[in-house]
Design a binder for this molecule. Sequence first.
Ligand code: AMP
Length: 451
Amino acid sequence: MSFSQLGLSEPLLRAIAEKNYVEPTPVQAAAIPVILRGKDVRASAQTGSGKTAAYVLPILQGLAINRRESGRRVRALILVPTRELASQVGESVRRYGRFLPEPIKTLVVYGGVSINPQMMALGGGADVLVATPGRLLDLIDHNAVSLNSISVLVLDEADRLLALGFAEEWGRIAGLLPVERQSLLFSATFPPAVTVLADHLLRDPHVIELAPLLNQEPSILERAIEVDAPRRTQLLRFLTVENGWTRVLVFVATKYSTEHVADKLRRAGLDATALHGEMSQGARTQALADFKVGRIRLLIATDLAARGLDIEELPVVVNYDLPRSAVDYVHRIGRTGRAGAQGVAVSFVSAETHAHFQLIEKRNVRVILREQIQGFEPVESEPPVLVAANGGGIKGKRKSKKDKLREAAGLALPVNLVTNSVIPREPVNKQPEPKEFFPWAQRVMVGRRLR
Ligand code: AMP
């Protein structure tokens, strides 16, 4: 299958050739001809599957046929969950549309920056508006944009949009859209809330179901390394240097951890920077740009900041803190191994998070070999015992029968699964300080039982 067989016009084929795409990705091959025919589409497409071009190319072709009318009208509206994804999609629209005979006016709007320039820019309307829902509603409230001329609506990363509370915003946006329109919904996963949204939004949609990322030919090598929580930064540093990783996207659980881990890595001599949702837009853009060009080696990010990022040739993703859910795991590791490139996704698993990681594996129908790295073998082999700050017991925290059984199982000596050898336990003289931040153990001290 080649792009020219999909029915795309010459200026778009030129832009594709300029991007050096040899052939369409599966979602492009399936979606482009259907969107060109004007049908609604519901597609399961992971980030990294080429989904942006799958909808942007046919939308541009449709827009190029008719001219825009004057006024604050918008012809194509693309809703995305984050600012970063909005910028990326806007950039793609500009790139793919650059050889069209009539220029396509593309605007990108998102929150966290001043609304005035966006209102000014929208004065003459736009062919394509890429927006995050909250800012779009702000602009509507300011009477800066009209949605009644929308001919195509895209919800990109619909599952992510809903996770950010989009359901409430959607009600208001939907009421302003014309009934006659083409609607396209892309989502990596289809939890019930997305299915409900899809039923509400789409009319007789063409459904594109591609094999989920984890069932495809694995272009991502998944590794799970057992390590005690307080030694993760040292291990991260060791792995980065030892493997010569040039760019590593590291996921942590909190904004505090992004700063804390980045700081520790910098003090250990590595270029690392934090990326989280509470940084100013300027600082976020700068951090990302530095990371993309390789000025920063490790980007320490929260899920919120990293959603939808497309960083070409990102070789390594590290789950320093495990993701909350199995779906988040798929999203995180999908940041590497994109568009056919090889990638490595490393998850740090400690005694505390071992059960949670098993659940992620189970939900993703996956078993990942546990490894231990020489010099970083864990000494903790059971979950921390929660102790009240005054040293007394906590009501309801007595060991259950299950806990006792787990404890007994924990007595088995750990095995290095790479070499298949038993790792002898070193006598531990000193209990390490619980320096790390455990979000689930606030207001209690974390006591670790060490053997
Ligand atoms: P997306 O899933 O839209 O975020 O795209 C992921 C990456 O794949 C981007 O870097 C695109 O430039 C790239 N890409 C999109 N389509 C193709 C294609 N047909 N061949 C090779 N790379 C592509």
